[in-house]
Design a protein around this ligand. Structure first.
Ligand code: UP5
Ligand code: MG
Length: 195
């Protein structure tokens, strides 16, 4: 994929920080295509003939990062489908969350323009996830899995944010405010970066 014809914005932040919520706003108002790595993995897991179903299930329940070959291939396929339809602006949500994924994606698929980072304390994310867990049906919206997801985020995913930060490619957003207030900050960040 050529960065001269397609744009990739990564959307990172802890579990429950509000990545999916804000991506939906950007899709509505700016015509981005939203590719959530977690959604793609859950869809692959649910596909009856998938050879990775059981593997993905285990990783998600334990809040661990699925081996990058699986996730990068799912993203690449989804991007290819969208590009065939003429779509060129991508929000890649919840990815990369491990350094190997970041390096692989940027060298073999497409360098990112920048990264939105939704900054949110654990106690706020915990409340949001427990609340969502009442209805989400997600296998990882329970206290035990949430604790594991938080640990993976701190140990494995924050270093990716630090890496992009050093490259001057992070737009940090305070994700503790109301969804509308968070979105206002997102729009400001987008105007500054997306030229
Ligand atoms: N909510 C949202 N914004 C709010 C606000 N400002 N104020 C109050 N409430 C707000 O929001 C979560 C909940 O909070 C919702 O109920 C929402 O209404 C409310 P949401 O927008 O869904 O947050 P999000 O950050 O998207 O949370 P999510 O749970 O999706 O984050 P995760 O990063 O944990 O989940 P993801 O689907 O990305 O990954 C799941 C698992 O997949 C990972 O743990 C991992 O095992 C695996 N995975 C990989 O292995 N590799 C990958 O590359 C990606 C995922
Ligand atoms: Mg999400």
């Amino acid at each position: 994929f050529s960065p001269s014809t397609i744009s990739v914005v990564f959307v990172l932040g802890g579990p429950g920080a509000g990545k999916g919520t804000q991506c939906a706003n950007l899709v509505r108002d700016y015509g981005f295509k939203h590719l959530s790595a977690g959604d793609l993995l859950r869809a692959e897991q649910a596909r009856p003939s998938s050879e990775f179903g059981e593997l993905i299930k285990g990783y998600i329940k334990d809040g661990k990062i699925v081996p990058m070959e699986v996730t990068v291939a799912l993203l690449e396929n989804a991007m290819r489908d969208e590009i065939e339809k003429g779509n060129t602006k991508f929000l890649i949500d919840g990815f990369p969350r491990k350094m190997d994924q970041a390096l692989k994606f940027e060298s073999h698929v497409c360098p990112s323009m920048f990264t939105f980072f939704f900054d949110c304390p654990e106690e706020v994310m915990l409340q949001r996830l427990l609340n969502r867990g009442k209805t989400s049906g997600r296998a990882d919206d329970n206290l035990e899995s949430i604790k594991k997801r938080f640990r993976t985020f701190v140990e494995t995913s924050l270093p990716v944010v630090d890496y992009f930060e050093k490259e001057g490619k992070v737009v940090k957003i305070d994700a503790t405010k109301s969804p509308d207030e968070v979105y206002r900050a997102v729009k400001t960040g987008l105007k500054d970066r997306f030229q």
